[in-house]
Design a protein around this ligand. Structure first.
Ligand code: FAD
Length: 535
């Protein structure tokens, strides 16, 4: 774009950050481009360049409930995008066999109550109603067991209150990091490549330029800032800000700028995955409203129900399992439905770039960092990064303080999630193979080691979990700690003397509410069958 073009597009002072070049057209690239156009309209000029030869990762199908803020920021209602992306609802992650064969527990999207200053989990340890912590303390666990939809057949959501924000042009838009007040009761499963396609249209309709080409070179100026990227057929693309969305390659951030990558592999050894996309007959098979993570000999298998297919894959550590063995295990797990389906083997780079914003380059998505997909955090990292990018958007080059704050915030999120994932393996009672035995002695981040010792005497709360925002509230830690069963957790001694009346009433309220909702709500299959009828 010439300066005259910039002026014609009302891009203001060309010395400021106005031209943004996004390299990469996967989930990260198109989420970034869409969000920037939604945030700044025609005040900036966005170009997305993506290769026709280099594919996207293509998985990435389960999300956090906070993703709702992303769609809301784009002023999109569920009916605008869900059908286009074969999306379903996700109320929880269901963990199978992490404690012992045949056992399962949930990590739901539902805040846990607190009674007289003690988390409900603490009361549960003192006065368990059943042997199911998740069912006694959360309504969602029962809805998942009964495979319920979080919406009634007329579309009314199960928890109306948190949805009353609307999508009108005048409505103020909240971002997830600042808006921790209400817990949305569900997230989504969707086909990541369909979302990228949907967002391509969204962003290009709003003025983003789409270049399909390979970036063959990245040019730096004398200050180490990127001046342009060179493409094979479209010449040079100059910009003020470059967003590296090239996936595990980290073409701009790691290769061109040489920013080091900090591996998490010492604490999280799963570095490989094999994935299958299995056809699903919705008229015959149940659509579970949750992501399932089933523990295996050297890792775990994800199962993600979508409209018309199931996304599944085995995440494993290559130190313990060969790719052929992983594929064999996965195929056996899925059964004959996958016989004709081709497997996709993926090597994962686990960890994060030391900084995700260097000079005029921001890495978003896998180029910035990734932990294994156990709690579906990949798209959450992207969403968080682009919210923060807008929050700390620079006016020009001289913005060290903004960059530093951004870098601290994104590093905190990934380091926090790393701790949370390490907890899963330490807390899992399962220790039947060398892989699971080693999870009990493998180092975890030092601070987590200390926290784990404390949590044996006092369940996690806001004062004792990882202290910076990372998307996971204290109740999430309680779910894993008490669900996975590997630790002997004690209740607070004070509860032996405190009056339990209110706590017992709360358990009863949860039980009755769950019972009522299981009776009232349709199954996911019924809900989406109705949606199809209405379409
Ligand atoms: P990619 O999808 O790899 O896209 C890279 C883009 O860069 C492509 O468009 C490519 O063409 C382009 N590119 C690369 N080099 C060049 C070049 N030289 N010139 C031009 N273009 C170039 N996240 C979740 O939230 N939930 C999940 O359930 C989940 N499951 C996952 C399971 C696995 C096994 C893995 C590995 C990841 C999972 N993730 C999940 C993470 C999620 O897949 C990613 O966060 C997401 O897909 C973003 O990827 P990306 O856009 O950063 O990179």
């Amino acid at each position: 774009m010439t300066q005259t073009d910039a002026a014609a597009k009302n891009l203001g002072d060309p010395g400021k950050t106005r031209r943004v070049v996004v390299v990469g057209g996967g989930t990260a690239g198109w989420m970034t481009a869409s969000y920037l156009t939604a945030a700044f309209g025609d005040k900036i000029d966005v170009t997305v360049v993506e290769s026709a030869q280099i594919g996207t990762i293509g998985v990435g199908e389960a999300t956090f409930s906070d993703i709702r803020h992303f769609f809301e920021f784009l002023r999109l209602a569920e009916s605008d995008w869900m059908p286009a992306c074969n999306a379903t609802y996700k109320l929880a992650v269901r963990f199978e066999n992490w404690r012992e064969p045949g056992h399962h527990f949930y990590h739901p999207f539902e805040q846990m109550g607190s009674i007289d200053g003690f988390p409900l989990s603490d009361w549960w340890l003192r006065y368990p109603r059943t042997d199911r912590f998740d069912k006694d303390c959360f309504v969602m666990a029962s809805l998942c067991d009964a495979q319920r939809s979080p919406r009634y057949l007329d579309g009314t959501p199960v928890d109306q209150g948190v949805f009353e924000t609307g999508h009108g042009e005048e409505t103020a838009r909240a971002t997830m990091a600042e808006y921790q007040g209400a817990q949305f009761p569900y997230a989504y499963h969707f086909e990541a490549h369909l979302l990228a396609k949907f967002l391509t249209k969204y962003a290009t309709d709003r003025g983003a330029r789409h270049v399909v080409d390979n970036v063959v070179d990245v040019a730096l100026d004398e200050h180490g800032f990127i001046s342009h990227v060179k493409t094979a057929e479209h010449g040079e693309l100059a910009g003020d800000l470059f967003v590296d969305c090239t996936g595990f390659r980290g073409l701009l951030m790691n290769k061109a700028l040489g920013e080091p990558f900090i591996s998490y592999q010492d604490t999280l050894p799963n570095d490989s995955a094999v994935a299958l996309q299995v056809p699903l007959d919705m008229d015959r098979e149940p659509l579970r409203p949750c992501t399932t993570a089933t523990a295996q000999e050297a890792g775990w298998i994800w199962t993600i129900p979508l409209i018309s297919r199931i996304g599944t894959g085995y995440v494993y550590a290559s130190d313990y399992c060969e790719p052929e063995e992983a594929e064999r295990v996965l195929r056996e797990f899925v059964g004959p439905e996958a016989a004709d389906v081709e497997a996709n083997h993926i090597r994962m780079r686990i960890g994060r770039s030391r900084r995700s914003w260097v000079n005029n380059c921001v890495a978003v998505g896998l180029s910035s960092g990734f932990v294994e997909p156990l709690e579906s955090t990949g798209i959450f990292f992207i969403h968080h990064a682009i919210e923060q990018m807008v929050k700390y958007f620079p006016s020009g080059r001289d913005n060290d303080r903004l960059r530093n704050m951004y870098n601290r915030s994104t590093a905190n999120v990934m380091d926090g999630v790393r701790e949370f994932l390490c907890l899963h393996y330490r807390a899992a009672k399962r220790a039947d193979t060398q892989y699971w035995k080693d999870t009990k002695t493998r180092p975890v981040p030092e601070a987590l080691e200390e926290r784990l010792e404390n949590w044996k005497y006092k369940v996690p709360d806001a004062e004792t979990v990882y202290p910076y925002y990372h998307g996971l509230p204290p109740y999430s830690y309680n779910c894993i700690l008490l669900g996975a069963g590997g630790f002997d957790i004690r209740h607070s001694p004070a509860l032996d003397m405190a009056d339990e009346t209110a706590a017992l009433a709360e358990f009863e309220r949860i039980r009755l509410k769950a019972e009522k909702l299981v009776q009232e709500l349709p199954t996911q299959n019924e809900y989406f069958a109705k949606m199809r009828e209405n379409a």
